[in-house]
Write a new protein. Structure first.
Length: 101
């Protein structure tokens, strides 16, 4: 009797979806922050355009742009996006950008 219950338990456990090791590792990665240098921001709307371009990138948690300093500080998930991809998104919006060393 107990053997049948044990087999049923094992079978039910085998049907459960358990997270893979890669999923656990990705979830455990902390968020990172990067500063980008951004050129050609000459008006008040430039700041909002750059912030919007960054916030549309998957993996970005926040973006704060300082048009006077020509910088963008971005908090992002490194498992989903790279700093280079963030700079490319800003450049694609019309503002040449690079990862600040």
């Amino acid at each position: 009797m107990w053997q049948r219950a044990f087999i049923v338990l094992l079978l039910s456990l085998s049907w459960m979806s358990l997270p893979s090791a890669a999923t656990v590792t990705e979830a455990a990665q902390p968020l990172r922050q990067v500063t980008l240098t951004v050129k050609n921001m000459s008006c008040a709307m430039c700041k909002y355009t750059v912030e919007n371009a960054l916030r549309q990138v998957e993996g970005v948690k926040s973006a704060k742009v300082d048009s006077l300093k020509g910088t963008a500080v971005v908090v992002f998930d490194p498992a989903r996006v790279t700093p280079e991809r963030l700079a490319q998104a800003v450049s694609d919006a019309g503002y040449p950008a690079a990862v600040k060393p």
